[in-house]
Design a protein around this ligand. Structure first.
Ligand code: PEP
Ligand code: MG
Length: 570
């Protein structure tokens, strides 16, 4: 029966396909017993499920190629090891025999037992292994019910799940998943950013999805409006086809702008940098005429790996981005792990009470001298291949920038002494994403060569509204007078001091906000190539002089509605 599940569009594109429902890994299995005569059959059922999971994982491992094989393969190898781990499984047969429990309940008891041991461990890395146990247990549980909890065989399907981690997304796409619908999550999360980078349609916050959708249901998903239709009717199918046609038409129109400048009607050139995470992003950024890479998020190199990437591995990755941009500047952001970007290496503290306010970004780097030095060396070495800038995330004080600058200078000296060919200067900039950094900017702008405003975090910290919490709904918005004032001040100060300033948060990637940012004086945007042409089109439709003249009216707006009225009058 047709049902409409409203969610929030987080990554554009439409998809029509069958649903694959992945229930949360937490096993909510009630105590259930089997008859004494059925105990051995239950044990056999369990082992058949384990064998089938093992076989599925082998097939999946063999089908992975290239970089993905390296990244995703590590997960699979670890999970395969766990499947054979006597600690995890030996107890299961015993539980079924002695307690006459169903395989499901035995699985839950065993999982909880192991989780309790892991939880008590001091080592954050080991504690974080609970997630792996849960994934393996989830696979076995799904196999017991012939439900495929895994990604195998999902080609052409739409994944419906509670939430999706950034680290999973590339794997999902490689598996052929056409779209993802999550019950939780937010359009500003790192998963959403990555989905846009992968051009994978994503709808988040479809709260009813797990209750209402069953495996095999046909879904029509619209990643723009956030609408998910279960068992679409003829009108929905017409709508889907129309959207697909529209997307193709729009793509074609936008493609005509590939070689056009990002110039306003009154002839002012606006710099469009690209936010690039993958090799494809870099190629696309280059092809679309991006001024350079304004934000390369290095943490994505760390997210999928159980070990820290060494200097060589990082150097090669950064060098390839630099080479890919053929002489255009590449801005490499130092590690911004922490908060929702937890790694698998144990670097990030596993149990911070308030991770968004915790040891993330530059705080984490400064607390790990060797890790930071390795990264700085790799970045500076890449500067031998083309212009590179270093961007520091989560800066909240002058001291941090002074410290980073000293480290950067030391690393450059050492590399030069060791005979490396590196750039004469590697400009150093700060992300302005903590309100303290924006407010105290006059006190430390002298330590910066350039600035990049991270509105995703700046909005969250300024408005005390978690960027990942869908329940906050409209509270998390850049359309707030406090943000506009802060942006105006940061942009104006940077201009007075002759420092380049870009906005690299998602706000810069939304063509709707382009007139507002231009009115506030912004001359540089950094955004994912996926929407670069849309923003270029919007800029080409703007008269900068007229917008600047209307800036006072924008800054007088008292609330969101007022700002929206200003926007709709442009
Ligand atoms: C931001 O906070 O706006 C930003 C660009 O950084 P990230 O989204 O990676 O936190
Ligand atoms: Mg940020």
């Amino acid at each position: 029966m047709r049902q409409v599940l409203p969610g929030h569009g987080a990554s554009r594109g439409s998809a029509l396909g069958r649903a694959r429902v992945r229930l949360p890994h937490v096993l909510d299995v009630a105590e259930e017993l089997v008859a004494a005569g059925d105990v051995e059959a239950e044990i056999e059922r369990l082992h058949a499920a384990i064998d089938s999971v093992r076989a599925d994982m082998r097939v999946l491992r063999e089908r992975l190629h290239g970089a993905l094989a390296h990244e995703v393969g590590e997960f699979l190898d670890l999970h395969a090891l766990l499947l054979d781990d006597p600690e995890l499984l030996a107890g299961l047969d015993g539980l079924i025999r002695s307690g006459r429990y169903t395989a499901d309940y035995a699985l839950r008891l065993q999982r909880d037992r192991i989780a309790a041991v892991f939880k008590g461990m001091d080592d954050a890395y080991l504690r974080s292994r609970i997630d792996d146990i849960d994934q393996v247990v989830g696979r076995i549980h799904a196999a017991l019910h012939r439900r495929n909890a895994d990604l195998q065989g999902v080609a052409g399907e739409i994944l419906v799940t509670d939430d999706v981690a950034p680290a999973e997304l590339a794997q999902l796409q490689a598996q052929g998943v056409m779209a993802v619908v999550t019950a939780g999550g937010s359009a500003l999360s790192h998963s959403a950013i990555l989905a846009r980078s992968l051009h994978l349609p994503l709808v988040v916050g479809a709260a009813q999805a797990l209750q209402k959708v069953n495996d095999g249901d046909v879904l029509a998903v619209d990643g723009s409006s956030g609408m998910v239709v279960v068992e679409p009717d003829a009108a929905d199918l017409r709508g889907h086809r129309a959207r697909m046609r529209e997307l193709v038409r729009e793509r074609r129109q936008l493609n005509r702008l590939r070689r056009e400048p990002s110039r306003t009607i009154d002839g002012v050139d606006i710099k469009l940098w690209a936010n690039a995470e993958s090799r494809d992003d870099v190629a696309e950024a280059h092809a679309l005429g991006a001024a350079g890479v304004g934000l390369y998020r290095t943490e994505f190199l760390f997210l999928n790996s159980n070990t820290l990437p060494d200097e060589e591995e990082q150097f090669r990755a950064y060098r390839d981005v630099v080479l890919g941009m053929t002489g255009r500047t590449v801005t490499i952001r130092t590690l911004d792990l922490g908060a929702d970007k937890a790694d698998r290496t144990g670097l990030v503290l596993g149990h911070e009470p308030n991770p968004a306010l915790g040891v993330r970004g530059v705080r984490l780097s400064l607390a790990h001298d060797a890790v930071f030095e390795t990264q700085l060396r790799a970045i500076v070495r890449a500067s031998g291949y083309g212009p590179v800038r270093v961007l520091v995330p989560m800066v909240s004080s002058r001291e941090e920038m002074v410290d980073v600058r000293a480290r950067l200078a030391r690393v450059a000296d050492e590399l030069r002494r060791d005979g490396h060919e590196i750039a004469e200067a590697v400009p150093l900039g700060a992300m302005i994403e903590v309100p303290a950094a924006a407010i105290a900017l006059p006190m430390f702008i002298d330590t910066l060569d350039f600035l990049s405003v991270g509105t995703n975090d700046l909005v969250q910290y300024l408005l005390a509204a978690d960027r990942n919490n869908e329940a906050l709904g409209a509270l998390y918005t850049p359309l707030h007078p406090a943000l506009l004032r802060l942006l105006r001040d940061v942009i104006a100060l940077a201009g007075r001091r002759g420092k380049s300033v870009a906005v690299c948060g998602e706000m810069a990637a939304d063509a709707m906000f382009a007139p507002l940012l231009l009115a506030l004086g912004l001359g540089e945007f950094s955004l994912h190539p996926a929407t670069l042409l849309e923003v270029r089109r919007a800029i080409r439709g703007c008269d900068l002089g007229a917008l600047r003249a209307r800036a006072p009216a924008l800054l007088r707006a008292r609330d969101r509605a007022g700002i929206e009225r200003w926007l709709s009058a442009t």
